[in-house]
Design a protein. Sequence first.
Length: 262
Amino acid sequence: MLQTLAITQRRPGVAQLTMARPAVFNAFDEQMIGELDAAFAQLAADPAVRVVLLAGDGKHFSAGADLQWMQRASTASFDWNVADARRFAAMLQRIDTCPKPVVARIQGAALGGGVGLAAACDIAIAADNASFAVSEAKFGILPSVIGPYLVNAVGKRQARRLALTAERIGAAEALAIGLVQQVQPMEALDAAVDATLAQLLANGPAAQAEIKHYLAQLQPGPVTAEAIERSAQTIARVRGTDEAREGFAAFLAKRPPTWTPQ
């Protein structure tokens, strides 16, 4: 039984995973980390789930690490801390590598590890009341585990600025630097989320898994011979799949493809 999360069906094909510790602004500890990891593994393996929506109950998305957990960590052994950090890192990687699109619905505060959760998702949609802070330096630590996802989302220079200053930024600035991709008034947040979910459900699920895997292998910079060959091999393989044949057939017949929700 989940104690820190709730899993519901938002609509056919969409699993909503809600962090359910509103009394502490959905701060996460060892238990929530374990439950998030297990829930994403479960949803990734469920053929009925096409998209995962990550949300937070109450006024805030996530305040990041539970301070009592961090205080325990500060007095624990180095080996305990390594094992604990590895579990956190594995959970974020589970979200990042989920073969299905993952959307974050963000309201209120996203702090520290809460920023990491948002950055690990494919798409982040925020209310205009959202605020973000990479706040670890205020406690004498650093955003080590969330760092790779933060850099991927906003680039190294913005990540460095956010981490060094620990300043809180608003939704508009988060949009400008790429931490989120859309900002809406709070009363329009769910409509915007649902519109994005509809777009995702209209596309081929196997293609979406291929997109996530393929793009994860690419790095900014010169297009090497290896990258060119990988691109040719990948599209040649995918063109021959049943999903590709159905996609082209549906387009030519001017009908919805079979994966479109009815």
